[in-house]
Ligand binder design. Structure first.
Ligand SMILES: [Fe+2]
Ligand SMILES: [Fe+2]
Length: 178
């Protein structure tokens, strides 16, 4: 995905926030406990998650667990919210220094508290699917939804063709375009 599109996505996510009507709609998809998680996200992340969900609905993918996962896929980010400069650095690092970033992630001890601030951002990003899956599970989300959140940045093997894999593919496609 190109740098221009990524940057556009980034500023969109930073500035957007969901309307009252959209939040009402979220209420119809999520349980009250899941909704309480959703509203803890940065408003830009809420708007992004809504876009992912609307894209799925537009493409006729309406499985309730898939739609809940669309709304909650990035929920793990509430564990360690990033500052503006960190979000900028995340996009720049992944775009211009992917080799350095993957070296950092390989050699990382994954303890975000003691890590230097430049590396920490990428480790937080790496861990947010697992954190999110745990939060969703604690909020009572169904296991299919929890698995989709946990796997939302995983590469799907071309041979994988379970129902969950197919939903994951739709979720990743919508996430990448939103
Ligand atoms: Fe994510
Ligand atoms: Fe996302």
């Amino acid at each position: 995905m190109g740098i221009v599109y990524r940057s556009w996505q980034f500023w969109q996510a930073l500035l957007a926030s969901p309307s009252v009507d959209e939040l009402e709609f979220v209420h119809t998809i999520l349980t009250p406990q899941e909704y309480n998680l959703f509203v803890q996200m940065h408003s830009g992340e809420q708007a992004h998650s809504l876009k992912v969900m609307h894209r799925l609905i537009k493409n006729n993918h309406r499985d309730p667990e898939l739609l809940a996962a669309a709304l909650l896929h990035d929920i793990g980010k509430i564990n360690q919210p990033l500052h503006l400069w960190e979000r900028v650095w995340l996009v720049l690092g992944n775009t211009f220094f992917p080799g350095l970033v993957s070296r950092w992630l390989r050699n990382s001890e994954m303890d975000v508290k003691s890590m230097d601030k430049y590396r920490r951002v990428f480790v937080i990003h790496r861990l947010h699917p697992e954190w999110g899956a745990r939060l969703a599970q604690e909020a009572g989300a169904k296991s299919l939804c929890v698995n989709l959140i946990r796997r939302h940045h995983d590469r799907i093997s071309p041979k994988a063709d379970t129902f969950e894999d197919r939903l994951l593919h739709y979720l990743q496609e919508a996430d990448n375009l939103s």
